[in-house]
Ligand binder design. Sequence first.
Ligand code: SIN
Length: 420
Amino acid sequence: MTTPTGVGVGWEARADLVVVGGGVAGLTAARAAARRGLTVLTLSKGGPTDTSTQYAQGGIAVVAPTGDSVDSHVADTLAAGGGLCDEDAVRSIVSAGPHAVAALTDLGAVFDRGRDGDVARTREGGHSTRRIIHAGGDATGMEVQRALNAASLPVLFGAAAARILTDARGVTGVLVLDERGLGVVHTPAVLLATGGLGQLYACSTNPAGATADGIALALHAGAAVADVEFVQFHPTVLYARGGEGRRPLISEAVRGEGARLIDSHGASITAGVHPLGDLAPRDVVSRAIAERLAVLGEEHVFLDARHLDGFAERFPTITASCLAVGLDPADDLIPVAPAAHYSCGGVVTDVHGRTAVPGLYAAGEVARTGLHGANRLASNSLLEGLVLGERAGHAAAEERAGLRVEATDATLPARRRADR
Ligand code: SIN
């Protein structure tokens, strides 16, 4: 059997929508589209927990019911983004946060609560208030993935998308490589939810599958990518001499709860650098660390969390990573250095996940909606995955039903508006 492009394949299948990726954006989209009656095939290169979502620690940034506002979350996002966010996209996505989190909670995700019984909220870099909700202390992504895995349709694991097939009218299928060999799924719609590209760097917080596949697939299909030069380096990744590949994250929430960044002489890294000090936006803190390391000729700085009460209960995942290398955060300084963490740019979409190629969608880290600009605000990633996943699933369903509403100026990122 051969595809219209002449590639020989050993098997074929059909679906209304193929979702490529089994993290928060992909599974949310698959559920949304299936609820609208589409037959959905979800592919994942790895297994059920080999996603970037699984490793997210800090939480989900979402406007708190009191003492917070959409305007404040928007302002923090724009400030962190260095003047390169699309404000319309930011407002659209941030406004949808509370509803998206409520839907995830309805699905069974359980978030940590404080002594007062209310959902607990912490702070992270660039946020002007405590608005980050979390689960399992520092295992938010694990809980999001667990809830979505439990509620989702079957996923074809160990299956990689090799090529999006298109004709003059748009998407016609996707070539897939799995244990049976190369096959083709005939479909008018593909959603890329393949995550990031951290594995292109020597050290990253990303899992092995974060190899920029979605960007390559989209470019080959004729979609635009933008802002891919903005790769966010997380300031505090557990340092090990010669450490390579995926390295354990030390969540920014540790600083949100009061830990301090110091150098080998005990001096603050961020004093005088930014009014928010150790909780400045991530690019600012990572740069301050890199500059100090260059001056000192050293390879890491330290996070001092020794004075925090109940560290092991609040941060069990981080405690386990530290104990595994013989460090106890209650007694020891934690050696940390910046490492590649998040792709702020990606496949250009509107705020419904639509690319300029009919039938091709993207959501989550692989997409560039305009939310992040040059530097993503902490914990806006799970938020975006939830909101865009849901919207892209609906957009695919509407397009399938012939209901596609043309994107309006309000839904198109600024750069695409400028291009028209
Ligand atoms: C962290 O917990 O510091 C990472 C959260 C994020 O990447 O937004």
